[in-house]
Design a protein around this ligand. Structure first.
Ligand code: DGY
Length: 319
């Protein structure tokens, strides 16, 4: 019997139930998260290891990369890569792969779910019914706002932003976007100024990448420009929105609603948001469907297998 290839796994795949067993059957795994002293574990088991698997949430730091002298590929589960030190990897010629495309539609669907949940008070209505308040509280819950035919602003027109834009067209919405560069292959309106986009929009959906380049891009000025009837939706990364400013704007009534799947310090969610009926809150579940999580797992494993067989990953992150 040939020995299994040894690989490093940074964290457990809790969000993809079959991934751990599948990897464990095929490979000799160094389960890094199980070692209290990761540095010592890397020094003891790291030599000769050429491949590492991780995820968008666990990432891979320069410290890990530099502790593995033979590392040649990092295969990550998830599309986001701000937690992976791409610079440190590429400086050593290490390939990095993520799992793009396979989660685009599910994340765009969830943006839509959040938009409807916020505008039509779906989560609030659910709480109202469960609390036995229906028929007991005069007037019921406050009226929501219409989604169809409204103005949709999108921050970041990558794959997910574009899938959200298409859904907007299906809802007869006027769609505009803001991004670093104007795209000449789409006909949606472009706003070079995010504040101007927010002033114009009824719904502002954050679909941009995370990381230092977009930190607090949606700040107080942008939220106030969206205004008392506006809704901000975030399916991207928590730190793209200044959360303290968001709380302040919701509490003062300068912003209408917020519908969020991501937060600045997950899994911590500010109590002020939890207490606010104008906020819809989800536990980072953009890609969390059976089909999509399986497809992400498949692509992560295919990247790993392709690297081990051919020396090349299939979906590299170009940094
Ligand atoms: C991603 O794919 O980046 C998701 O946010 C999972 O964390």
């Amino acid at each position: 019997m040939t020995a299994k290839t040894r690989i490093i796994q940074v964290g457990s795949y809790a969000g993809s139930p079959t991934a751990n067993d599948r990897l464990a059957r095929a490979y000799d795994i160094v389960e890094l998260w199980k070692y209290p002293d990761r540095k010592a574990a890397l020094a003891e088991h790291g030599k000769g290891i050429t491949a590492l698997v991780t995820s968008a949430n666990y990432g891979c730091s320069a410290e890990i990369i530099n502790a593995l002298p033979d590392l040649k590929a990092i295969c990550s589960w998830g599309v986001g890569y701000e937690t992976l030190d791409i610079k440190a990897a590429h400086a050593r010629g290490i390939q990095v792969s993520n799992t793009p495309d396979v989660l685009t539609d599910c994340v765009a669907d969830l943006a839509w779910g959040l938009m409807l949940a916020g505008a039509r008070r779906i989560a609030q209505g659910d709480r109202f019914v469960r609390a036995g308040s229906w028929g007991q509280v005069h007037g019921g819950i406050p009226l929501g706002t219409r989604v169809s035919g409204k103005k949709l602003g999108i921050v970041g027109l990558g794959r997910i932003g574009e899938a959200i834009a298409k859904r907007g067209i299906g809802f007869d919405m006027d769609v505009r976007y803001h991004s670093r560069r104007q795209r000449n292959d789409v006909s949606y309106g472009y706003e070079a100024s995010l504040v101007d986009l927010a002033k114009w929009a009824d719904f502002l959906v954050v679909a941009t990448v995370g990381g230092p380049g977009t930190f607090h891009l949606v700040n107080k000025e942008v939220l106030e420009a969206l205004g008392p009837t506006g809704t901000v939706i975030n399916i991207a990364r928590g730190p793209v929105i200044d959360e303290a400013a968001l709380v302040e704007c919701l509490e003062s009534g300068k912003l209408g609603n917020a519908a969020l799947d991501v937060f600045e310090q997950e899994p911590k969610v500010p109590d002020a948001l939890k207490a606010n009926e104008k906020a819809v809150l989800l536990p980072h579940i953009g890609s969390a469907t059976l089909e999509t999580r399986k497809a992400m797992e498949d692509l992560m494993v295919e990247n790993l297998e392709s690297f081990l067989k051919t020396g090349k990953v299939i979906t590299p992150v170009e940094g």
